[in-house]
Design a protein around this ligand. Structure first.
Ligand code: ARG
Length: 404
C-alpha cells in the first residue's frame, strides 16, 4: 500500500483525515507532529494517531531550527504583515512543509497531506512549500476535499471511533507556537465585537497587571537577541522567558482585520508578547546603528519580506536574495536596548551600542557642541535651489486661472 505523511496536530480534522486517507485514497498514513513551541502533550498526540489508525507516528522537536532559521531572520528583517502581525503561523508553515518532505523521503513516501481547508493562507504555505522542495510529490488536503461541515466531521469521527476532543466545544480556531498565538472564529467574526477576555491565554488583561512597571534589557549581537538582563540565553529560552514576562504585563495583544492571500478579509486576534518586545527593541537598535539611507531602504525590504512570508513564498529565490541583504545590514546591529513593560505597553527607554552612529557632540545644544552652524546657510541655499527656481517660474501654492 502506498504511504502518505500527514501533518498531524491531534485535533479533530487531522484525526479524521487519518481514516479518510485510508478510505478514500487507500493510503497508509504516517503521522508527523512538529513541536514548534506549542505547549502540548506530544506523547498523547502520538498515541492518538496510532489509535486512530496511523501505521507510524513521528514527533519532531523543531523549536531550535524554528527560532534560528525562521524567527530570527524574520526579526532581523523586521517582517510584520500589514504593520500588525508578527507572522508566527506563517513562519512555522514552511518549516513543517520541509519536515513533511524530509520524513516522506526517509519513509519512501511520495505524498504528503495536511488538514487545511480551502479558505485560508496555510494551505498555500504548505502546498507551495512542498512544491518548492519536492516538485513531484502529491499533496492531499482532506479537509479541502471532503466537503463535510463541522457537524458531519464529528459524526464521521463518532462512526469511526475517533475520540472527539473536548476542545471542539470551543468556538475558536487557535494556532500557536513560540512566536505567537492566533485566535479566530466565534464572536470574533464580528469586527465590532470586543474580544472576550477568554480568548487570551498568554497575556494578562492590562487592568489586572502589576501596578509597577518592569524593565527588561535585551542584548543583540548582529541583530540576534543573545542576552536577557545581561544573562546569555539560547533563542528558545529567551523567547519563552520574554513571553512570560511581557505577557504578565499585558504586552502583545493585537486585534487586526487582515487581508488573506485568497482575497478574504478576516478578523484576527494575536498574542505575541516576546515578538512585540523583540521587534520594538531591534528597531530601536537599528535606528541607532544604521544610516538613514539603510533604514529607508530596509523598510521597503521589511514590507516585501512580510508579504513573501505571509503569502507562502518562503522557499523562493527572492526571499533568499532579500535575506542576504538583511544579513548584510545586521553587521553592526549589536548593543543593548532597555524597555519598560507596563499595563499593556512596551516602550523603549534606552539604547546603547559600540557601533552607535549617535554623536553627542553633534547633537548637543549644550557645551561641547562640535556642529559647525556656519555651514548650514550654504547647505540650505543649495538644498532649496530647485524650490526657489520653480517658485519663481511657476509659482507654488497659488492656483492659476488656467488650471481651474
Ligand atoms: N491569519 C494568520 C495567518 O494566516 C493565522 C492563521 C492561523 N491558522 C490556523 N489554522 N488557525 O498566518
Amino acid at each position: 500500500m502506498e504511504k502518505v505523511v500527514l501533518a498531524y496536530s491531534g485535533g479533530l480534522d487531522t484525526s479524521v483525515a487519518i481514516k479518510w486517507l485510508k478510505e478514500r485514497y487507500n493510503r497508509e498514513v504516517i503521522a508527523l507532529t512538529i513541536d514548534v513551541g506549542n505547549e502540548r502533550d506530544f506523547s498523547a498526540i502520538q498515541q492518538k494517531a496510532l489509535k486512530v489508525g496511523a501505521i507510524k507516528a513521528v514527533v519532531k522537536d523543531a523549536k531550535e531550527v524554528f527560532v534560528n532559521e525562521f524567527i530570527f531572520p524574520a526579526l532581523q528583517a523586521g517582517a510584520v504583515y500589514e504593520g500588525q502581525y508578527p507572522l508566527a503561523t506563517a513562519l512555522a508553515r514552511p518549516l513543517i512543509a520541509r519536515l513533511l518532505v524530509e520524513v516522506a523521503k526517509a519513509e519512501g513516501a511520495t505524498a504528503v497531506a495536511h488538514g487545511c481547508t480551502g479558505k485560508g493562507n496555510d494551505q498555500v504555505r504548505f502546498d507551495v512549500g512542498v512544491a518548492a522542495l519536492a516538485p513531484d510529490f502529491k499533496i492531499i488536503a482532506p479537509a479541502r476535499e471532503w466537503g463535510m461541515t463541522r457537524e458531519e466531521t464529528i459524526k464521521y469521527a463518532d462512526r469511526h471511533g475517533i475520540p472527539v476532543p473536548i476542545t471542539v466545544a470551543s468556538p475558536y480556531s487557535i494556532d500557536e507556537n513560540l512566536w505567537g498565538r492566533s485566535i479566530e472564529c466565534g464572536v470574533l467574526e464580528d469586527p465590532w465585537a470586543e474580544p472576550p477576555e477568554e480568548v487570551y491565554a498568554w497575556t494578562k488583561s492590562p487592568d489586572k497587571t502589576p501596578d509597577k512597571p518592569a524593565y527588561v534589557e535585551i542584548g543583540f549581537e548582529h541583530g540576534i537577541p543573545a542576552t536577557l538582563d545581561g544573562k546569555r540565553l539560547d533563542g528558545v529560552s529567551l523567547i519563552r522567558q520574554l513571553n512570560e514576562l511581557a505577557g504578565a504585563h499585558g504586552v502583545g495583544r493585537i486585534d487586526h482585520v487582515e487581508n488573506r492571500l485568497v482575497g478574504i478579509k478576516s478578523r484576527e486576534i494575536y498574542e505575541a508578547p516576546a515578538g512585540t518586545v523583540l521587534l520594538r527593541a531591534h528597531q530601536a537598535l537599528e535606528a541607532m546603528t544604521l544610516s538613514k539611507a539603510q533604514l529607508r531602504f530596509k523598510q521597503k525590504v521589511a514590507m516585501e519580506m512580510a508579504d513573501i512570508i505571509y503569502n507562502g513564498l518562503w522557499f523562493s529565490a527572492l526571499r533568499e536574495d532579500l535575506a542576504a541583504f538583511v544579513a548584510s545590514t545586521q553587521r553592526f546591529v549589536t548593543g543593548t536596548v532597555r524597555l519598560k513593560l507596563f499595563k499593556g505597553n512596551c516602550t523603549v527607554v534606552g539604547r546603547k551600542s559600540p557601533f552607535s552612529l549617535y554623536s553627542f557632540s553633534l547633537a548637543t545644544y549644550d557645551k561641547g557642541d562640535k556642529f559647525d552652524q556656519s555651514a548650514s546657510p550654504g547647505f540650505i541655499h543649495i538644498w532649496g535651489l530647485p524650490v526657489r527656481t520653480q517658485s519663481q517660474v511657476q509659482g507654488i501654492g497659488e492656483t492659476t486661472e488656467e488650471e481651474t
